[in-house]
Design a binder for this molecule. Structure first.
Ligand code: GTP
Ligand code: MG
Length: 543
């Protein structure tokens, strides 16, 4: 599929579109603001909520120079003269309260990212599942069927449940992360449906960095599984990316089983091909589950009633598997770290003013709290917190929430910035030491070559400014190596560079924390020429 024809639509009155933006020179394709059928505003559904909000290309770090494009300077946002809310609890009390609540919670919260090669059926699968679990109504489903038929894309009717924006629907491809929610008997999921096309990998990374768990969808059709799993295919790339971003549990959904007549052999061949690769990528075999499904017909998602499948498969449905996934321990005691993945304008009475969305990597936040925004010297007060379409008085690590902020000019809010407590700001880095694991790359890494660094929704040019040592079994195996070959662990120094298109010659700064202090804030990816080349753990700032 070629996307060169896609061009951003710089229509006026568009506010900030969510997610990371490419540093490459090709423009970020952006969807038309009004979907043919407005999807149900799912809790935290960024697509539905941010409908019509756009981020211009290359506005990830320090998105401040052309605010007219963002449309955030309107009166409603600036003239926020309402009295500021007060904090209702001391921080320590709040943490204790949340710990108690989490212990007693009937349904544990988990964030799930759905990844995989383009057209594997990710959006169809999740659209179908939302429908089967009652989170997408018959009315919406019928409207999507009619709408997609009208534009000659009827096979994408279920995907329209998540692919809400114009360009996605016209082209039958997911471009941006869609966020939604669903519950199983024992778990409450935040769903992040990622794009599979390699042009939109920055968006996929932004979504994957907010997830505890991944569902990797592969297409069982003849030749299609192979296309995704061959070198350069996104099945491989996405598995490596989610693992490098800290996801340990993986469900592999072997989809379109209808196309292969529910063949047990095909399912087992796919399993056998993938297992060694996934294990080598760092997924423990006991935490990796394969499940045969057919998204379009809804087979083995919530119900496993296809006779041809039942003839050889008596394992769990996808929902059964999801209902038993592990729930990670949340770093509630650590200082708040809330990387902003989107900036938008609140549209309702409770959510007026400027809103940001993202996931708390650590800590807690409450209404009335004054927060620092980094990079920069600005602060803002949390006026409202919204979780799953409801306002709540506080939120905690692991939760995806929207925060509506008071006392801040939106010019100071950018995608990739981090909100933190006044007393405990996140460090900023331009040059730092890190440990890296070099992936299976064709050409070794050398010092000075241009790379792209991905950290949450930030995407900035960088280089390996020093190759300090190759590490083996925790000790230096080779000091000052000239190159880093595939598969090695190494200690390096990384320096961020000013984007080539930028008029500024100053190197950018991004909020980063050593991985041993805050895992989610210290995990980084390095890419080169459209390929992920290394997983990185930040160690310390370099002089
Ligand atoms: P991107 O997000 O663009 O990477 O694609 P995707 O993985 O979300 O795929 P999407 O859900 O858009 O579906 C792609 C095509 O596969 C559509 O035409 C679907 O109808 C088709 N499809 C999805 N699931 C199934 C299935 O179970 N069986 C069959 N036969 N086709 C399916
Ligand atoms: Mg999709």
């Amino acid at each position: 599929m070629a996307f060169s024809a896609l061009r951003p639509l710089w229509t006026t009155n568009f506010l900030v579109r969510k997610t990371a933006v490419k540093a490459k020179s090709d423009p970020v394709p952006i969807k038309a603001p009004t979907p043919p059928t407005k999807p149900k505003s799912k809790p935290g559904s960024l697509k539905a909520k941010s409908d019509g909000y756009q981020t211009p290309p290359n506005k990830v770090a320090g998105v401040t120079d052309d605010l007219s494009m963002l449309g955030l300077d309107d009166e409603q946002v600036k003239m926020d003269n309402n009295p500021l809310p007060a904090m209702s609890m001391k921080q320590a009390e709040l943490i204790e309260k949340i710990k108690q609540e989490e212990e007693n919670e009937a349904k544990k919260r988990v964030s799930l990212v759905v990844v995989g090669h383009v057209d594997a059926g990710k959006s169809t699968l999740m659209g179908r599942m939302l429908y089967e679990l009652g989170d997408l109504s018959d009315k919406e489903k019928t409207a999507n069927e009619r709408g997609s038929q009208k534009v000659g894309k009827s096979s994408f009717a279920l995907a329209w449940g998540l692919d809400a924006l114009g360009d996605e629907r016209d082209r039958g491809v997911t471009i941006d992360i869609a966020t939604s929610h669903f519950d199983t008997a024992n778990r409450s999921f935040t769903l992040l449906d990622a794009p599979g096309h390699q042009d939109f990998i920055p968006n996929m990374i932004s979504g994957a960095s907010q997830a505890d768990l991944a569902l990797l969808v592969v297409d069982a059709s003849p030749g299609e599984f192979e296309a995704g799993f061959d070198r350069g295919g996104q099945t491989r790339e996405h598995a490596l990316l989610v693992r490098a971003l800290g996801v340990r549990q993986l469900i592999v959904g072997v989809n379109k089983m209808d196309v292969v007549e529910w063949s047990q052999d095909r399912f087992e061949d796919i399993q056998d091909s993938m297992k060694p690769f996934l294990q080598a990528a760092g997924f423990a075999p006991e935490k990796t589950v394969f499940v045969p499904v057919a998204a379009m017909a809804g087979v083995n998602l919530a119900h496993g009633d296809e006779l041809k499948l039942k003839a050889w498969y008596n394992g769990p449905t996808l929902v059964d598997i999801l209902d038993k996934v592990d729930v990670p321990r949340r770093p509630l005691d650590a200082p708040l770290r809330y990387p902003i993945s989107n900036v938008f304008k609140g549209q309702s009475a409770v959510s007026s003013g400027v809103g940001v969305s993202g996931r708390l990597c650590s800590g807690v936040v409450q209404v009335g709290e004054r927060l620092r925004i980094l990079p920069g010297d600005e602060t803002a007060v949390v006026r409202t917190i919204e979780r799953e379409d409801e306002t709540v008085p506080y939120a905690s690590a692991g939760q995806n929430v929207n925060l509506y902020l008071a006392g801040i000019d939106p010019i100071h809010l950018s995608i990739g910035a981090v909100l933190c407590p006044l007393s405990d700001p996140v460090p900023l880095a331009t040059k730092f030491r890190a440990q890296i694991l070099v992936f299976d790359i064709a050409f070794p890494l050398i010092a000075g070559v241009p790379l792209e660094l991905f950290h949450h929704s930030n995407n900035v040019p960088a280089t390996l400014s020093k190759l300090i040592s190759v590490i083996s079994k925790g000790a230096t195996a080779k000091p000052s190596p000239r190159v880093l070959q595939k598969g090695v662990h190494a200690e390096v120094e990384i320096t961020l560079r000013a984007p080539t298109q930028s008029s500024s010659t100053r190197a950018p700064v991004i909020p980063l924390e050593p991985a041993h202090i805050n895992k989610e804030m210290g995990r980084i990816l390095l890419r080169r020429g459209g390929e992920t080349v290394a997983a990185v753990h930040m160690r310390e700032a370099a002089k």
